[in-house]
Design a protein around this ligand. Structure first.
Ligand code: SF4
Length: 193
């Protein structure tokens, strides 16, 4: 377990419901993505590629270099992932996440962005204080400022998820009906209904 690295996308799933992480990582039940998720992923990759040719004016960081679909992993961190984009200036790194729908960052989206930023600041040895979430449908670019306290909270959350996986016990969930009815593991949670 000590060498286990948590895929960053599991943070979002954990915040949706801890049991999803248990089913995926402890019981290893394969995830079946609905078609809209696949459409979103294809759209995602296309958008990230397009950015290479677009102006960076929307970020107000004209001198920064943009890289798309960046794999991030570092020996000092027990999590890893692929960030949609990374803006790199002479002093700072700015992670970028691209979402098809929505207009306001959720806690899970912010947590994921912070995780990418923590990795990128270690890899590139630059400061991470700001990231961006792009909502393509609404054409919005939302800047998110990140402080050291929020980075510590993210690190604790990762430890909490790793502990859940290490323990291998079905966790408590307070997910409501709205979540459970859209969850692909509904059939595994009969104890809750
Ligand atoms: S069905 Fe509900 S409790 Fe079970 S994993 Fe899904 S969201 Fe969680």
């Amino acid at each position: 377990m000590n060498t286990y690295k948590l895929p960053i996308h599991l943070i979002r799933q954990y915040l949706f419901c801890p049991r999803v992480v248990y089913f995926l990582e402890v019981l290893c039940i394969p995830k079946t993505s609905p078609s809209w998720v696949k459409e979103g992923e294809v759209h995602h990759k296309k958008q990230a590629e397009l950015f290479k040719r677009r102006t960076l004016a929307r970020f107000q960081l004209e001198e920064a270099l943009f890289k798309s679909n960046v794999t991030l992993s570092h020996d000092a961190c027990n999590f890893y992932g692929i960030c949609d984009g990374l803006l790199i200036s002479s002093t700072h790194i700015y992670p970028v996440e691209i979402k098809l729908h929505g207009s306001k960052p959720t806690t899970a989206q912010k947590m994921q962005l912070i995780a990418y930023g923590i990795l990128a600041e270690k890899i590139y040895k630059k400061r991470f204080e700001l990231g961006f979430i792009l909502y393509e449908e609404k054409g919005k670019t939302i800047p998110l400022h990140v402080n050291e306290e929020e980075k510590k909270i993210l690190t604790c959350k990762v430890e909490e998820i790793r502990h859940l996986i290490e323990q291998g016990k079905l966790p408590y969930s307070n997910a409501d009906d709205g979540k459970c009815t859209q969850c692909e593991f509904e059939n595994y949670c009969n104890d809750r209904f």
